[in-house]
Design a protein around this ligand. Sequence first.
Ligand SMILES: Cc1ncc(COP(=O)(O)O)c(C=O)c1O
Length: 378
Amino acid sequence: MRIEVPTPLRADAPLPAKWMDDSAISTPALLVDWDVVTANIQRMADFARRSGLDLRPHVKTHKSTYMARLQLEAGARGICVAKVGEAEVFAAGGFDDITIAYPVVGKLKLERLATVAQQAVLTLVTDSEAIVEGYEEVAAASGLRLGVLVEVDTGMHRVGARPELVLDLVRRVVKSRSLRFQGLLTHAGHAHSAADPLGVALVAREEARILGGLREAIEDAHIEVPVVSAGSTLTSPYLSPDDGITEIRPGTYIYNDLRTVASWSCSYDQLAVSALATVVSVDGDRVTLDTGNKTLTMTNDPVYRFGHVLGRPEITLERLSEEHGVATMSQGSVSVGERLRVLPIHVCVWMDLQPEVYVIRGDVIVERIAISAFRRSF
Ligand SMILES: Cc1ncc(COP(=O)(O)O)c(C=O)c1O
């Protein structure tokens, strides 16, 4: 059945009451497979429950209050965001337990933080005294006592205090009257660089070893550590409360992507998202799609290049310009106007580039949902 969809699509427009096939939407558009996404949500929730770990999904992957609600319904304890802009959207959407796993720096952001802190219970992270001082100002301005986790560098070398400096920073937070020391947090994103599955496991075990050891040292200093937050899509399966970990924060698992496949951390049938593309030009073995780097981003991979075309392994996306995705086709044929689906190399970045996603079941579109925190990465 075909139905008319207003163009341009508005993220907040009510959904048509009927199902539609994809010819009713303009490309490029992002599709989310309902059966795959709900299975992904359930699988991680089951793992966390069985393991006795709290689940706090990182919602930067989907940026959608709709998807986050599904995660909470499946058992997640709260959510994690990266940016104050995301926290604002989710707090306004009724989410009342939010960890901002990113250092909040600068007067303007700290002022916004004070406002969000009135709407939701926020947990903040620090890896330096300067950041602690900023949070103290927010606490003073808002009259709230803010929960703070000390972020630990367990090998990614992006943010986080070096393990040997953590105890001093913990003491600094504990000393603060306006802050409440909540525990430790880390992100072992370097698991993506592991050379083999054993390498991913080793990164996770090191993450657990460092955090578990720090927890013991802090408790030996008679300081309580209510939360020890670690674990991504790649490393969560290797963590347990026996390590001293209390919480995991996987993000990508809800949709997965070809990076996750390439890191031995999901199977192909667990990929929930694709970009619907239209073939706009064909010349011999050159096939050009309307998905350029404004849709797919420049992220690429030695195996899948700029994204894999679903069900068409003979088509390789070799290069992108802004609105063109240029592929070579080793056999078979395609025609101008044909629609193909491109699987993401890194799905999280796609969600900052489109205002909405279409939920599909089989070949039909059943719902359109807003990416609530679209362009809120500030
Ligand atoms: C601080 C932090 N926590 C958790 C995550 C979730 O990691 P993943 O999406 O690999 O599950 C990320 C991802 O970038 C992150 O930066």
